[in-house]
Ligand binder design. Structure first.
Ligand SMILES: Cc1cc2nc3c(=O)[nH]c(=O)nc-3n(C[C@H](O)[C@H](O)[C@H](O)COP(=O)(O)O)c2cc1C
Length: 146
């Protein structure tokens, strides 16, 4: 079974809700998914999977600090060509999703699904449905690569 990891952080829970729903969509589509908070996640966690999905809210026009640290940790793994995707909740500008997307593409050489999924504040039922759909899209890309 193809494997994926979701690495995310969240301060007030909104990006965490997105992470859970994306995981559900991927699991429904037959992918084995591990989900980890950024703190404590290591390069070893992203090494032997078929896809890495990153989630960060936007704070002060930036990624949450722990995601920036994790991106330096990720640099230790060879991720060239691996499927990637980014998501995150935001309040008005939401820069974090494009930042994670750009890093995965330009630094790690990953096959990134664009655009990533940005969601305004706390996802409602419709938002969670979109997250599950995004999860299924990621699963499809993983299957195409196999
Ligand atoms: C101090 C502070 C700064 C913020 N800065 C931004 C920002 O620059 N751009 C933006 O789109 N949202 C900003 N937000 C809104 C958060 O991104 C939003 O509340 C988001 O849903 C938080 O996600 P989380 O629950 O996963 O932590 C900020 C919120 C706080 C409390």
């Amino acid at each position: 079974m193809p494997k994926a990891i979701i690495v995310y952080d969240t301060r007030s829970g909104n990006t965490g809700m997105m992470a859970k729903a994306i995981e559900e969509g991927m699991t429904e589509a037959g992918i084995e998914v591990l989900s980890r908070r950024t703190v404590g996640a290591t390069a070893g966690d992203v090494k032997d999977v078929d896809a890495v999905i990153l989630g960060s809210p936007t704070y002060h026009s930036d990624m949450i600090g722990s995601m920036k640290t994790f991106l330096f940790e990720m640099e230790k793994a060879d991720l060239k060509g691996m499927v990637g995707a980014a998501f995150g909740s935001y309040g008005w500008s939401g820069e974090s999703v494009q930042m994670m997307t750009d890093t995965m593409r330009h630094i790690f050489g990953m096959d990134v699904i664009e655009p990533g999924l940005k969601m305004l504040r706390r996802p409602d039922e419709g938002g969670l449905k979109q997250c599950r759909e995004f999860g299924r899209r990621i699963a499809e890309r993983v299957r195409q690569q196999k």
